[in-house]
Design a protein around this ligand. Structure first.
Ligand SMILES: *Cc1c(COP(=O)(O)O)cnc(C)c1O
Length: 378
């Protein structure tokens, strides 16, 4: 038996829609991207959604439109994929890390409050592995500090917090999503930004396409000669209509995919709860977790013992991954900011393992993963 860590749920309908897009003659950002944005706003309850090439570029543009620049600081969790902090550096600003709460793996609001300085320009909160962070506390802190909150919801599509979908902009002006194949909705690569502010929406649309005053579709549809202007420095961060065609089908699948992921996660919970060396992560009482990733924590383990456990499982055909990285330990950060220490993030990185979870997973496959993990721990 060979069990992958993840497997995107993509089928014939996606193939047909991408083929139809190719036949339509319009393959880059155009009508299907606009439709994808509209369906996305409905899906998460947002007023505006701007499609971009990835969550990394979504984060970059979001910080840009908030005016983050040289000499500024943005507070972020060190316990994340490296793109969360890189986006801050793209703006010339400094990522200031606030350590995590080990129970949730999300930013600790108390430590975040301590990291605020007069240079703080924004707080970037991450819903790690799709598990909603304490938005109420963090948005209150951001308001009290006079800075905006931005959400890195790369993993959190379909998750809910206090009865509202992540992306509804109840607690922040800008929420960024990813459509990389490791996330739940995939377009190969891709991203989306939701906002409740029509001016930010306009500015994001400008910056994702070279700062160009008229986009391709408007020019194509115009009966008069249109000469565009380049109003400010922008980027090419477009999503293509091929990707949007994929995304439109994927959005229809989303409720079913989340239902299935939650079932598989509950079954893992039930089967592993009695294991004394395993610590499970629970759904917050005021949230719905999409279970983008199923993580377990091995108590009192080291990174090297964790690697042995992962190797034993791989020998039995079970793919796993280490937990979330600690960004500050990577060479790209040590060389620039020196050795920093965030002990809770480091311990969680060393002790967590991601187990296979995909919607097509069979009960027999899941049984094999569970048995293999228990054997590897023995
Ligand atoms: C995957 C991920 C990203 C990057 O998303 P891309 O779409 O691949 O750029 C950013 N932040 C977090 C928390 C992620 O998990």
């Amino acid at each position: 038996m060979k069990i992958p860590l993840a497997r995107p749920e993509v089928g014939e309908e996606e193939v047909e829609q991408v083929a139809a897009t190719i036949r339509s003659g319009w393959i880059t950002q155009g009508p299907r991207t606009a439709e994808f944005e509209n369906r996305f706003t409905e899906s998460v309850g947002a007023s505006h959604a701007v499609a971009v090439s990835s969550c990394t570029t979504a984060l970059h543009l979001s910080l840009k439109v908030l005016g983050v620049g040289h000499g500024d600081e943005v507070i972020v969790s060190p316990h994340s994929f490296i793109a969360s902090a890189n986006a801050i550096r793209y703006c010339g600003a400094r990522p200031v890390f606030a350590d995590i709460d080990p129970v949730t793996l999300n930013m600790d609001a108390r430590l975040t409050a301590r990291a605020v300085t007069p240079r703080t320009k924004a707080i970037l909160v991450i819903h790690q592995v799709g598990r909603p962070a304490a938005l109420e506390k963090l948005s209150a802190l951001a308001t009290a500090s006079g800075v905006p909150l931005v959400e890195d919801a790369a993993c959190a599509i379909g998750s809910e917090y206090k009865g509202m979908k992540i992306g509804a902009n109840r607690y922040s002006r800008l929420v960024c999503f990813s459509f990389h194949p490791r996330k739940i909705v995939s377009t190969g690569d891709g991203g989306m930004i939701t906002t409740d502010d029509p001016l930010l929406d306009q500015r994001l649309r400008l910056l994702r396409q070279h700062g160009m005053s008229v986009n391709d579709l408007q020019r194509h549809q115009s009966t008069k000669i249109v000469q565009e202007e380049y109003l400010e420095l922008g980027w090419n961060y477009r999503l293509t209509d091929l990707q949007a065609a994929l995304g439109l089908v994927q959005l229809k699948r989303l409720p079913g995919m989340i239902r299935r992921r939650r079932e598989i996660a509950s079954r893992y919970d039930r089967e592993l709860v009695g294991q004394s060396r395993i610590q499970l992560f629970q759904e917050p009482p005021d949230a719905i977790w999409n279970h983008q990733t199923y993580l377990v924590r091995i108590r009192d383990t080291s990174a090297s013992e964790r690697d042995q456990i992962m190797q034993r499982m791989l020998n039995e055909g079970v793919s796993t991954r280490r937990g979330i990285m600690s960004i500050h330990r990577e060479p790209a950060y040590v060389s620039r900011f020196g050795m920093q220490s965030f002990p809770e993030s480091e311990r969680a990185s060393d002790q967590c393992i991601c187990l296979p979870l995909y919607t097509q997973m069979l009960e027999s496959e899941q049984d094999h993963v569970i048995a293999s993990l228990i054997r590897a721990l023995a």
